[in-house]
Design a protein around this ligand. Structure first.
Ligand code: NAP
Length: 302
């Protein structure tokens, strides 16, 4: 059996936590990415090939000899040339390339509650889960809720608002719930799913469920700030976030994300298997939480 695995985006967010776990298990790691990072400590340890959906033959070549492909590829919103429709098509190209290259197993990252919404992010994820199940490859479909940990976007940027502004606008009544999961627990789970042989679909969710207002309050207390929390209509909160987005030259929040959050799509309906509590982690990292803005556009578009 081959000892070579492939990970999309090993220098991006979650792939950065997956690749070292595979290396620690004695695997050889190849990453498919359009953002290689020569300064990363991983750069000397992983092979880099382009994630070029326009050239399926190159993808097949890049996947030759690979035992397990860990696919994290997706886009956060329709922005510029990136769109959910294109991401569905591109992922289809990647799945076909994996099959043609003889990849044995596909660990595919989806999202919790992919089929419970008409939001394009979730609809696209549901469509791709079906593609994975019909691919003929051995598969594991991993469904995280909302990830936190070094380098995350949403929890860090909520913390940035709390740290830097005197007032935080809670969309609506703030009583809708979410269940964050630690990125290292997620990475452990997906790597163990790679070494299993059974076809599986599993949620990855943390041990704590917060109301959104409770989460913001907890982060505020962890950072010992006095930011005033005010309940505002969702459109007002979104407009405020967009204004900040202009100031930091990033997409702070999208309308679809607010809808998904308020529809409680960021919680799991399965028992949690991930031990790390955001409230503990936030306390331990109170000095660094939200100090710097975590830029989605900076990461993928510049
Ligand atoms: N982050 C969360 O809270 C969360 C929650 C639930 C589910 N998920 C799912 O977890 C998976 C991994 O998320 P992540 O946060 O680790 O994502 P990420 O690191 O930001 O990106 C993962 C991969 O997608 C590519 N990518 C991202 N945006 C792109 C764009 N606009 N155009 C072209 N390529 C793009 C990256 O390419 P490069 O390598 O070239 O950078 C990378 O290979 C995704 O499937 C996501 O839907 C994430």
């Amino acid at each position: 059996m081959s000892t070579l695995d492939a990970v999309t985006g090993a220098f991006s967010y979650t792939g950065r936590f997956v690749a070292p776990r595979l290396l620690a298990r004695g695997r050889t790691v190849r990453t498919l990415t359009n953002h290689p990072d020569p300064k990363s400590p991983l750069a000397a340890q992983v092979e880099v090939v382009p994630l070029d959906f326009a050239q399926p033959a190159r993808l097949v070549e890049g996947l030759h000899g690979v035992d397990t492909l860990y696919n994290t590829y997706w886009v956060r919103s329709n922005h510029g040339a990136a769109s959910f429709d294109a991401a569905v098509r591109n992922t289809g190209v990647l799945i076909d390339a994996a099959r043609e290259a003889g990849v044995r197993r596909l660990v595919h990252v989806s999202i919790a509650n992919p089929d419970k919404s008409d939001l394009p992010y979730y609809r696209g994820k549901a469509e791709l889960e079906q593609r994975v199940r019909e691919s003929g490859l051995s598969y594991a479909i991993i469904r995280p809720t909302l990830l936190f940990g070094h380098g995350d976007v949403l929890i860090n940027n909520i913390s940035w608002f709390i740290r830097h502004l005197p007032v935080f606008g809670i969309p609506g009544d703030g009583q809708y719930r979410l269940q964050p999961v630690f990125v290292e627990d997620y990475a452990d789970r997906i790597v163990s799913a790679g070494s299993s042989t059974e076809n599986l679909t599993v949620d990855v969710a943390g041990p704590e469920i917060f109301t959104f207002e409770g989460l913001v309050r907890m982060l505020r207390d962890a950072m010992a700030r006095r930011t005033v929390l005010v309940r505002v209509p969702p459109a007002v909160a979104l407009a405020g976030a967009m204004l900040v987005g202009v100031a930091v030259r990033d997409m702070a929040l999208t309308g679809a994300e607010v809808r998904g959050l308020m529809a409680e799509l960021l919680i799991s309906h399965q028992p949690s298997t991930c031990p790390t509590r955001l409230s503990d982690w936030a306390g331990e990292h109170r000095e660094e939480l939200g100090v710097r803005w975590s830029s989605e556009l900076g990461r993928h578009y510049r």
